[in-house]
Design a protein around this ligand. Structure first.
Ligand SMILES: NC(=O)c1ccc[n+]([C@@H]2O[C@H](COP(=O)([O-])OP(=O)(O)OC[C@H]3O[C@@H](n4cnc5c(N)ncnc54)[C@H](OP(=O)(O)O)[C@@H]3O)[C@@H](O)[C@H]2O)c1
Length: 249
């Protein structure tokens, strides 16, 4: 029996990286997957890759109407949702002295506000016994150069999860955090690391990870599947670190 057979799952930021790998695995495990992201062309390609009747919804998680529209589509087309993975995220690395209000707002609007209002909008259509997964970061608990604002926005997610785990208990909805360490995704390009500098950057990063390498998106997807499925039926309110041990050093 597939682990998400008959389930409906929505993943924000599902056209790339960890979100796309999770969407593909959830679909392979029987789920009907809905993915959201801003770039329509990349979203269309992702929907083709995911298969199993996947649906894409274009929009920005910082825009509250996007969440209202997503919740309406879930209700009208599928009648309800079993898994909500709030995964869309952005990062800008800068020393705090150089952070502008725009840098601050961009990260908090997507990483914290987008998650908060995404869950608020989707909660009415989440079925009892459902699973909410929030993608945080190693940076939420470990100090990394230039990460103060990103870390703050991701730390907020951990606080949301602990509160929601109790707020939703009468509906048996579990809320857990997936906390990745460094994973080689397109987020690195968005950090401004050029293709030429990428190998040196990855090598220096790998040296700092006890596992001796970066994570693979599939490794994060398998952890997301664990949190999404009944395999984690007694797991609620945790932060699952999938970081090759980097949070220990
Ligand atoms: N890779 C790592 O090393 C790492 C480590 C720790 C935590 N994380 C976290 O893991 C999550 C996934 O990141 P990733 O590494 O897979 O990076 P990625 O490949 O860049 O994926 C980010 C996803 O978020 C979407 N997105 C970004 N801003 C959005 C917005 N305003 N509205 C809607 N969608 C938005 C992107 O699609 P569009 O651009 O099309 O909107 C994309 O699908 C993020 O929350 C990130 O902070 C990553």
């Amino acid at each position: 029996m597939k682990r998400l057979q008959g389930k409906i799952a929505l993943i924000t930021g599902g056209n790339s990286g960890i979100g796309l790998a999770s969407a593909e695995l959830f679909a392979a495990e029987g789920a009907q997957v809905i993915v959201t992201a801003r770039r329509q062309d990349v979203l269309d390609e992702a929907v083709r890759k995911i298969g199993n009747g996947a649906v894409g919804i274009q929009g920005d998680v910082a825009d509250l109407e996007h969440h209202t529209a997503a919740a309406a589509l879930v209700r009208d087309r599928f009648g309800g949702l079993d898994v909500y993975m709030a995964n869309a995220g952005v990062i800008t690395i800068k020393p705090s002295a150089e952070v502008s209000p725009a840098d601050y707002d961009a990260q908090f609007n997507v990483n914290a506000r987008g998650v908060f209002f995404g869950v608020q909008s989707i909660a009415p259509v989440l079925r009892d016994g459902g699973s909410i997964i929030l993608t945080s970061s190693l940076a939420a608990t470990r100090v990394l150069d230039g990460h103060a604002v990103y870390a703050g926005s991701k730390a907020a997610i951990g606080a949301f999860a602990r509160n929601w785990a109790l707020e939703f208990r009468s509906r048996r909805i579990r809320v857990n955090v997936l906390s990745p360490g460094p994973v080689d995704t397109s987020i690195l390009e968005k950090l401004g690391i050029s293709p030429a500098d990428r190998p040196a950057f990855l090598a220096s990063m790998a040296e700092r990870i006890p596992a001796g390498r970066l994570g693979e998106v599939d490794e994060l997807a398998r952890a997301a599947l664990y949190l999404a499925s009944d395999d984690s039926s007694f797991v609620n309110g945790v932060e699952l670190h999938v970081d090759g041990g980097m949070s220990l050093v």
